[in-house]
Design a protein around this ligand. Structure first.
Ligand SMILES: Nc1nc2c(c(=O)[nH]1)N[C@H]1C(S)=C(S)[C@@H](COP(=O)(O)OP(=O)(O)OC[C@H]3O[C@@H](n4cnc5c(=O)[nH]c(N)nc54)[C@H](O)[C@@H]3O)O[C@H]1N2
Ligand SMILES: Nc1nc2c(c(=O)[nH]1)N[C@H]1C(S)=C(S)[C@@H](COP(=O)(O)OP(=O)(O)OC[C@H]3O[C@@H](n4cnc5c(=O)[nH]c(N)nc54)[C@H](O)[C@@H]3O)O[C@H]1N2
Ligand code: SF4
Ligand SMILES: [Mo]
Length: 749
């Protein structure tokens, strides 16, 4: 086991979902050197400049030291006892007066750890609420919803298997900057170097990824639906469908195929997408006739027509036989799923009281949160617990969020820093950082192998008062009286190992069958005390509750098939801080599907009409921008100089130009702007002044502001917060914000 003493430590990066392994040299509890960890089985030594800058996350001027309470306009220091007892009392009062629907829990989509989400959701459930909001529902709702229909269950998330593909299509994904595949830059370099492999980029701008591509289709922004329909038409015209695959693995294609009858592919490509027809035919051939994988990302997910575009992409995969196959698109293995199955057709699925909005994969969309607070419904939201999330910079419409937070009866923020969200909350509770705790994520993203890493602390707590996030939530649960008195023997049992503990635990549950629902909490409390970490105990709980294929795969790798499995696994996990192969799922990826016959269920009734309605004529009409907002703001570029809102100290970018708006030279000339000039950008939400950076990476007609600007570091606001320029109402039918298409105008000042 690792501790926080000096020397080289094994950890991992918490700044994006790749969680690359890091070797970290610690001296006097400070990070002095960082390098990629070659022993990490997923990242194999890979890092980017963010990971190498992790010291700025570990310690900075904004780190929280002790609990805070808002009195008037300022936060004052209070004790943990006072914080927890006051929060518990207020939660109880709100429940008694207004009922269960008053509560929301927000966060946990975070990139470093997710163990505390489990407890956050338990607390919410004990309060009687299901209103869980997270970042996942401002990026992935559309694709998760479509995945859910096609795979039979929302918690099955499909992903590209880029490393095994011969043709990789980056569709609205700027991998060179944003990663989103293990070792992305290595992958892109390999595509470039290997003559048998090809990288195709479909992106309106010459992105850093397009710069390295074999083919770049610079389509007109927002015309992806037309391109997708055209590609499918071309496949049908050329007889490039995989008939055998369709017969063996797909239901419902015959009902969808007629939707493409008579679609004028050439006209769509040339007149709407503004592309060369022959280029698109070549790209279509490569998709249909080579081992291809399409990686789409925020250029699709946060853009117009997101749901039908996700649907068209899956149709394209299905008819070319690229779903559930190596080097195509797979359903990765998992220990715990990213979310739950909350099909909105089930009348039991909760909806919000104001918007009547449903969750996708158990998550409600952040774009509607302000409206769910700011209304006069008797059961409106009144209390928020937010953790590992910074809605005041990450969620659309900062102004609406400011009003919503002010209108709450109670707001609690669990954070490592005094974030923009923490600044507005009634109580701020200091969490240990992901470098000071044991923690894990659900981002293994491999198939059929399942890799697992339980990160271990590499630093001693910066603040002796900070606590593990999950432990903080458990304190609130206990203070509310949700846990029964537990026998001393259960606390003691864990000291003799996991097997001994689980024996005692089962005995307790047999004797107290009414406590079954609280089993995970009882385990977190008692085993957590023995192990000195709630998160570690939760991992044991996850192993215990893992799926049949997970356990079968583990046995195949040599773990005992009986009750001793969990102790053995726990020991291997602790002995391998860099992560390890823990299980192997069946080779046949179709076996993951939750449909009855293990086939892809391609027909989605609700999407037929919108798919039909998207014609060349309607798209030409709908693509028009309002006369007073002739440009498109790409609100939030995931650039290498940004790390969501996590790296706060501007030092980490040193002399790099960061707080600028990228603009194409042609647009700048039209507007009489020079590089370095101050410009005013106006949207329907607000306006801001920002420095212009003329860039070859900007498409004509579009301007780009980085995600994660406008942080208040050490009391000083740095850069423009792009979410002030976005209206919360600028969203689609899944309530996903239209961050990739905010109409705007730009003027010199
Ligand atoms: N360095 C860095 N890396 C990060 C992050 C970070 O903050 N910094 N954040 C991480 C997170 S949480 C996420 S979700 C990912 C996001 O990763 P990406 O999705 O790769 O990020 P974006 O910068 O949104 O890139 C989207 C691309 O879509 C293109 N696009 C815009 N409009 C259209 C369109 O109409 N059609 C098409 N086809 N393309 C379009 C844009 O030009 C852009 O190149 O990045 C992750 N990685
Ligand atoms: N306009 C616009 N907005 C966007 C985007 C965009 O492209 N444009 N991108 C969106 C995307 S894709 C995403 S994923 C979201 C991300 O938005 P968020 O979910 O807010 O995630 P982060 O900014 O990564 O981190 C949130 C907070 O977690 C805190 N944190 C770090 N470590 C710990 C810890 O150990 N414990 C606790 N309790 N807290 C910790 C950090 O200090 C930070 O304040 O932003 C979204 N917002
Ligand atoms: S790609 Fe970069 S930011 Fe993402 S986990 Fe790896 S080192 Fe960290
Ligand atoms: Mo994200």
């Amino acid at each position: 086991m690792q501790d926080g003493s000096s020397g080289w430590k094994i950890g991992s990066c918490v700044l994006c979902a790749q969680n690359c392994g890091l070797e970290i040299l610690v001296e006097d509890n400070q990070i002095v050197r960082v390098k990629g960890d070659k022993s990490n089985p997923r990242s194999q030594g890979y890092t980017c400049r963010k990971g190498l800058s992790i010291a700025h996350y570990a310690d900075n001027a904004d780190r929280l030291r002790y609990p805070l309470k808002k009195i008037g306009d300022t936060h004052v220091r209070i004790s943990w006892e006072q914080a927890i007892s006051e929060i518990a009392e207020k939660l109880q009062k709100i429940k008694d007066k207004y009922g269960s629907k008053s509560f929301a829990y927000m966060g946990g989509g975070s990139l470093g750890g997710q163990m505390e989400v489990g407890l956050g959701l338990r607390l919410l459930s004990l309060l009687g609420s299901r209103y869980y909001y997270s970042s996942l529902a401002q990026e992935f709702s559309n694709i998760f919803w479509v995945d859910g229909r096609i795979a039979g269950k929302q918690s099955l998330v499909s992903l590209p298997d880029g490393h095994n593909a011969d043709t990789l299509v980056a569709w609205g994904w700027n991998g060179w900057m944003s990663h989103q595949e293990p070792r992305t830059r290595d992958l892109i370099r390999e595509m470039k170097k290997n003559p048998t492999k090809r990288l195709i980029v479909i992106d309106p701008r010459f992105s850093e990824t397009a710069e390295r591509a074999d083919i770049h289709l610079a389509l007109k922004a927002g015309t992806d639906t037309m391109l997708l329909k055209a590609i499918i038409r071309i496949i049908l015209d050329n007889g490039w469908t995989d008939e055998e695959y369709l017969a063996d693995h797909v239901n419902g294609w015959e009902k969808i195929a007629p939707l493409f009858d008579g679609f004028e592919a050439r006209r769509a490509i040339e007149d709407v997408c503004m592309l060369n027809y022959e280029d698109v035919v070549e790209v279509t051939r490569l998709i249909a006739q080579t081992k291809s994988s399409i990686h789409e990302d925020l250029g699709i997910y946060m853009n117009r027509n997101s749901t039908i575009n996700c649907y068209l992409l899956h149709i394209l995969r299905a008819i070319t036989g690229r779903f559930c196959v190596e080097g195509g698109h797979v359903f990765p293995s998992f220990l715990f799923p990213m979310g739950s199955n909350t099909d909105e057709r089930n009348p039991k699925t909760w909806r919000t009281v104001h918007n009547d909005m449903f969750p996708v994969m158990g998550v409600f969309p952040p774009a509607i949160f302000p409206e769910e607070v700011l209304n006069d419904h008797p059961e409106r939201l009144r209390a928020l617990i937010v953790s590992a999330c910074n809605p005041l910079r990450s969620y659309p419409d900062t102004l609406a969020y400011e009003k919503a937070l002010a209108a709450l009866d109670l707001s609690v923020c669990i954070e490592v820093v005094y974030s923009e969200t923490a600044r507005l909350c009634d109580y701020v509770l200091p969490s240990l950082s992901y470098l000071e705790t044991y923690d894990t994520t659900c981002f293994s993203f491999t198939y059929p192998e399942f890799y697992f890493q339980l990160r271990q602390p590499v630093l001693e707590p910066i603040s002796p008062e900070a606590k593990e996030g999950a432990a903080i939530i458990l304190e609130i649960i206990k203070a509310m009286g949700f846990l029964p008195e537990l026998p001393e023997s259960l606390y003691k049992a864990g000291e003799n190992g996991i097997t001994a503990y689980l024996g005692e635990f089962n005995q307790y549950l047999t004797n107290n069958p009414d406590q079954g629902r609280k089993a995970p909490l009882i385990l977190a409390e008692t085993l957590g005390k023995a192990l000195g970490s709630v998160n570690q105990a939760l991992v044991v709980g996850l192993l215990l509750n893992s799926s049949k294929p997970f356990k079968a795969g583990a046995v195949e790798l040599g773990y005992p098939a009986d009750f001793n499995m969990f102790e053995e696994m726990y020991k291997s996990i602790i002995n391998k801080p860099q992560g390890l192969l823990l299980s192997k799922f069946p080779e046949d990826n179709f076996s993951m599907l939750a449909t009855e016959d293990k086939k892809l269920s391609l027909y989605i009734e609700e999407l037929v009409e919108p798919l039909e309605a998207a014609t060349i004529e309607s798209e030409i009409r709908n693509l028009e921008l309002p006369a007073n907002y002739p440009l498109i703001l790409h609100s939030g570029l995931h650039h290498e100089t940004a790390a969501n809102t996590i790296l706060r100290n501007p030092e980490w970018n040193r002399s790099r130009r960061v707080n600028t708006m990228l603009m194409n030279e042609a647009d700048a000339i039209k507007l009489g702007l020079n590089d370095g000039d101050k410009a005013r950008i106006t949207t329907r939400a607000s306006r801001a002044e920002i420095e212009v950076e003329i860039s070859k990476y900007a498409a004509e007609g579009c301007v780009y502001i980085r995600h994660g600007g406008g942080l208040i570091y050490d009391g000083e606001k740095i850069g423009v917060n792009v979410n002030e320029l976005v209206l919360a109402t600028d969203r689609d039918e899944m309530c996903t914000p239209m961050h990739r298409r905010i109409p705007c105008r730009v003027e010199g000042v």
